[in-house]
Design a protein. Structure first.
Ligand SMILES: [Zn+2]
Ligand SMILES: [Zn+2]
Length: 74
């Protein structure tokens, strides 16, 4: 059995809704990749063995949120 992030592997089942306008958010990818050039030291962006951190962007208000995607066993 392998533990993988469902969003990195296009198994994405979960949808994330913007907390301010309730529009479905787009997965921009892993925080590590999205913030390559824009590292914020106070935000943990490294993956743990249990979850993968993705950045989601709202298509309506352009709010960005980091979401911990829990890895699943396949
Ligand atoms: Zn992932
Ligand atoms: Zn929004």
């Amino acid at each position: 059995m392998e533990v993988v992030c469902p969003n990195c592997n296009k198994l994405g089942i979960e949808k994330y809704i913007c907390s301010s306008c309730r529009v479905e958010m787009t997965d921009l990818g892993r925080a590590q990749e999205v913030y390559q050039d824009d590292y914020t030291a106070n935000m943990p962006i490294n993956d743990s063995s249990d979850y993968c951190i993705h950045v989601f962007k709202c298509n309506s208000c352009h709010n960005k949120e980091k979401v911990q995607i829990k890895k699943i066993s396949i």
